[in-house]
Design a protein around this ligand. Structure first.
Ligand code: RP5
Length: 165
């Protein structure tokens, strides 16, 4: 029997601007290392609102399981997308020049009751952890991924030496 390979993306990385890719590429790299199919798209809540609406209202129909949204400043992208979909949305606060990303963090984390956004740390740690969090969510129904994620963690543990050099 020939089994069809599922080429559908499970995770979607979205970002408010081309300038965010320098950060969100770290998310993509981790997803790639865990063999999680994903796509990356630029969607600006204020510059491309129609693109946002079309994307967010159809993401679940494309088979997407987790959306990772990175934005900086008045970072309304994750919250706006979350308001239009029931798929889990993880927000990555992009570091900004003026307020060092505190603006992004508060915009993403302080969602009022009813529409949750999972907020990660500002910058690279948040971008990488978003990928690991997405992997954890998807691994609930994917044993092979679950094993890859555990292996990834074990490797990380082995890299921590007991004595400082
Ligand atoms: C936000 O404004 C983006 O997420 C980006 O972090 C920030 C600055 O965007 P650019 O001026 O670099 O396009 O919408």
């Amino acid at each position: 029997m020939v089994t069809k390979k599922n080429n559908k993306s499970l995770v979607s990385i979205i970002m408010g601007s081309q300038s965010d890719w320098a950060l969100l590429k770290h998310t993509s790299k981790i997803l790639k290392s865990l063999k999680i199919k994903h796509t990356s798209v630029i969607i600006s809540a204020h510059r491309t609102p129609k693109r946002l609406y079309e994307y967010a209202t159809s993401a679940h129909l494309q088979g997407i399981k987790v959306i990772i949204a990175g934005a900086g400043g008045a970072a309304h992208l994750p919250g706006m997308v979350a308001s239009l979909t029931h798929i889990p949305v993880l927000g990555v606060p992009v570091e900004t020049k003026s307020l060092k990303g505190l603006d992004s963090l508060l915009s993403i984390a302080q969602m009022p009751f009813g529409i949750p956004v999972g907020s990660l740390a500002i910058g690279e740690s948040g971008a990488k952890n978003a990928a690991l969090m997405a992997a954890s969510i998807i691994s609930l129904e994917d044993k092979k991924l679950s094993k890859r994620l555990i292996d990834w963690r074990n490797k990380q543990t082995k890299l921590v030496s007991k004595k400082p050099k």
